[in-house]
Design a binder for this molecule. Structure first.
Ligand SMILES: Cc1cc2nc3c(=O)[nH]c(=O)nc-3n(C[C@H](O)[C@H](O)[C@H](O)COP(=O)(O)OP(=O)(O)OC[C@H]3O[C@@H](n4cnc5c(N)ncnc54)[C@H](O)[C@@H]3O)c2cc1C
Length: 410
């Protein structure tokens, strides 16, 4: 059995620890922020097995000016960050042609179609069932025009195996009567569910894994040095040797991957959330407002309104305009929400083609990558952990890893 380091304690890292320990390995988890200290803390909590449509989309060329300059747009770019962003942005646009977008959607659908397998045993063995809310996610359109515009993506989802039911205004009202009657159409996605508290889920998973022997090290990994038969890893507290390393540091994975021979164009799609304590009774399921790019999810502490995209790197300054947009838009849909608390900013790790990086590093088969899960890292965490364990064991992967190779950017 091997002695393995997992870098990052988010959905991907903790799931990797689970699957590696299931194979009998000794695992040490490195993360200075502890369990759920990154994007995994504050997401919308949805197991979105339907989310195979990448942000890359042929309509981007038509809609980009609106997105960048409209006050109601859920996408913002910090112009001062443009010079650093340009290579990623050009790659993003290159991957927004109809052909490349369909390729990415198909590859994502392959992962999403098996995503549940990554969690079923983990949830049962670690006793995490109490966090699972089996209510299907509802995606809403406030105008017929917006719904019509989304039809090609709904059709593509359908052709890739996503099952959904289209609802009219009366059906939406019957399902979620406290919502304002302002939504013309909705899509209800079969097999989706959500978590009552993503952070508590990961803390409970980590505690259970520690009971099984997981070692936790609250320090940042500063550098990786693959050697012939082991990998040396340096931290502020010294160095350590491991047989394998799983790099699962989300939006912070770029520099460590570069040390292992892979210059991956990883960027952060920054997203925000607001909490509305004591309001969870207002809706029964995650409700997304398509045109405004956010979800309202009933969680243990209240409704969490989460979403938007800001392209501005990994700095900590928050964008008040986007938080205001989340507040005003959610109030419009659900006026009983009241005042928000605890604004949060998180970094979605995103590659220009919208696909994660899964598989071995260029310099060493002993460094396994699992990062870049953009808007669906909660959903794909479990399956990514399975992939990591398969790579370490030398087993054939449950999915074809070619579309997810770190080398695909040339
Ligand atoms: C607003 C918002 C809503 C979202 N909603 C959903 C949703 O509903 N469903 C869904 O599936 N996904 C959603 N996502 C996306 C999801 O949260 C991310 O894709 C996912 O959390 C990524 O998980 P991760 O484990 O790769 O990274 P993270 O959770 O970011 O974890 C990476 C960890 O690595 C650690 N780390 C970084 N550098 C180092 C280092 N050098 N050494 C050691 N540790 C290090 C960090 O401290 C961090 O804890 C949402 C994201 C946002 C921002």
């Amino acid at each position: 059995m091997a002695n393995i380091a997992v870098i990052g304690a988010g959905f991907v890292g903790l799931s990797s620890a689970y699957w590696l320990m299931r194979d009998g390995h000794e695992v040490t988890l490195y993360d200075p922020a502890g369990a759920a200290g990154g994007a995994s803390f504050g997401n919308a909590g949805t197991f979105a097995n339907y989310a195979c449509i990448p942000v890359n989309n042929p309509t981007v060329f038509r809609d980009l000016p609106h997105y960048l300059w409209s006050g109601s747009s859920p996408l913002r770019l910090r112009w001062g960050y443009l010079p650093q962003l340009t290579p990623w942005l050009l790659g993003f646009l290159r991957h927004s042609t109809a052909a490349r977008y369909t390729e990415s959607a198909t590859a994502l659908a392959t992962l999403l179609g098996r995503a549940q397998e990554g969690y079923t045993d983990m949830i049962a063995q670690a006793g995490l069932d109490g966090f699972i809310r089996p209510r299907e996610c509802l995606y809403l359109y406030s105008t017929q025009k917006a719904f019509d515009a989304s039809k090609p993506t709904l059709e593509l989802r359908h052709s890739l195996g996503v099952k959904s039911r289209i609802l009219d205004k009366a059906e939406i009202k019957a399902l979620e009567p406290r919502l304002q009657p302002m939504f013309e159409r909705g899509a209800l996605f079969e097999g989706s569910w959500h978590l009552s508290d993503p952070s508590a889920f990961l803390h409970a998973l980590q505690s259970w894994l520690m009971g099984q022997g997981l070692q936790v090290c609250a320090v940042a990994v500063q550098s990786l040095h693959p050697q012939a038969k082991r990998v040396m890893l340096a931290t502020s507290e010294g160095s350590a040797m491991h047989d394998f390393v799983a790099l699962c540091a989300g939006a912070h994975s770029k520099a460590l991957a570069a040390q292992c021979g892979d210059a991956v164009p990883l960027e952060a799609e920054r997203g925000y959330h607001l909490m509305y304590p004591g309001t969870s009774h207002l809706i029964s399921r995650p409700v997304g407002w398509a045109e405004r790019g956010f979800y309202m999810t009933p969680m243990a502490q209240g409704i969490r309104v989460a979403g938007t995209v800001e392209l501005a790197g990994l700095g900590l300054a928050k964008h008040q305009g986007l938080m205001d947009l989340l507040h005003f838009s959610s109030q419009k849909a659900l006026p009983e929400l009241g005042a928000p608390e605890a604004p949060w900013l998180g970094f979605r790790p995103t590659l220009p083609d919208g696909l994660p990086v899964l598989g071995r590093s260029s310099n060493s088969a002993r460094v396994v990558y699992a990062f870049g899960h953009q808007h669906i890292g909660l959903t794909l965490g479990g399956l990514s952990g399975m992939v990591v364990a398969d790579q370490v064991a030398g087993r054939p992967s449950v999915i074809d890893l070619k579309p997810f190779a770190a080398t695909r950017f040339g």
